[in-house]
Design a protein around this ligand. Sequence first.
Ligand code: DHE
Length: 518
Amino acid sequence: MTRNTGFSRIALVLSLTLPGAALADPVADYQEFCAECHEADRLGGTGPALIPQTLKRMRGPKVEAVIRDGRVATQMPDFAEDLDETRIAELAAYLKTPLEIVPPWGEAEIMASRVLDEDYQAADAPVWASDPMNITLVVETGDHHVSVLDGDTFEVLDRFATPFAVHGGPKFSPDGRYVFIMSRDGWVQKYDIWSLQQVGRIRAGLNSRNIAMSGDGKWIAVANYLPNTLTLLSTDDLSVAEVHEIKGKDGTPSRVSAVYQAPPRESFVLALKDVPEIWEVSYAKHPDPGIFAGGLAHDWKIEGPTPQDTPFPIRKITTPDYLDDFFFDQSYEYVMGASRKGDGGQVIDLLIGQKVADLDLPGMPHLGSGITWKWGDTTVMATPHLKDGNVSVIDMTSWQTIKRIATDGPGFFMRSHENSKYVWVDVFFGPNKDAMHVIDKETLEIVRTLHPVPGATVAHVEFTRDGSHALVSVWEDDGAVLVYDAETLELVKTLPMRKPSGKYNVWNKITFSEGTSH
Ligand code: DHE
């Protein structure tokens, strides 16, 4: 049990000085009212972890309001009758203080968290008659579920519970049969789309960013903030293949900003948040010894490894600036990174391991949702800005910004499809959050702005396999997925959903469609 005695002392001082606060002892209140579901160490149990790393990231009502009023569509009850406003405020403040001791979360602890469903039965073929390549998943953050949609009829084939607070894109196995879903509390869930059943789940980190699937479909890499590690899981049975501690070349520990796969390079590439380095982790059968010193072929288990060797050797590249999020060109040679300060970017050539260009990218671009398309005789990459109302369009040959498209406010997500002449971008923040811009890929002009539900946030778009329909989230508790004809931009169907966020089409994802994020 982690008892934060420092906080108890503060609580004692407060209780002696603040009128009406005589009984406030947040540590005791936590143990009495919260620990049963969130565990004595605040790292989560049936309820999520109650630590600043998780709470800071959660959108929606403030912590105080959740304690007082409960959280709709979850098992979180209201404590208005048990706790007065002072005790609620102090309890919320306690939850926002970092843990004094982060418990070890290595291979043994991760493996102990693994649950494989006993009643899971692998089907020989899909138990439904839809096109397996046109299945689309909808993450419903309102009540932490995923809906499995037939991408032709838009019928819901299944709706299953996910771990609390899913973040980032789920990753499909290369054949599109399995999907792996990550939550901010570090849980990785494996679900079998053919049999519509969960296979199991494992807690790969205590607070995590995103996951990546290896090109050969054998490994899942989990980027963690807490602890400072990268966890590699076998996709087969979710067992731990390796836990890499993340420390820069000078020994500074670091969080991982994001990890993505680079299939032609047979590697994962990750950016470090607290050290100006990017790492390349090879999962190749025979990693190039000139680049990945200490690497072993993957049949190492048969041969027996020597202790200093690893089947996932790492190459570390020092970068001129810290990278936050990043984006690959279609050849996976170049990494386009956004600076942590959000005032620019850089291009790193992975072949030579050096910066080759600067990017004019102010306004905190959200590169993780950038997309590319052919434009004249070049390819452009476009990304929304999180801090101002612009979309930057960059020529991927010269690395120059060729256009900044003014939008009605900062946006989060962009999407297109090879068969569509339009790019869709949302206005996630501010008074125009109910707007969705449609941009012509050729003229780079906004040709239509949709306001499907006045006042309601609309965000994130995914296309069907053939690009004929665009699915838009009405990101509200009583929300919906709106299905548009992608050519005429007419609404053709409304699917009620609980605060839908991202949507992910099997085909677009496993073929790395240029109109979708990777
Ligand atoms: Fe995300 C993807 C980072 C906040 C919803 N977000 C990503 C990815 C990164 C990222 C690096 C790409 C990972 C991947 O798909 O493998 N997100 C960040 C942040 O740094 C930021 C700004 C702050 C943070 O909280 O960590 C952030 N993200 C949010 C939200 O507040 C969102 C809107 C709501 C939520 O559920 O947390 C949110 N992020 C998403 C979604 C994706 C995502 C839905 C997947 C988009 C896709 O189409 O692939």
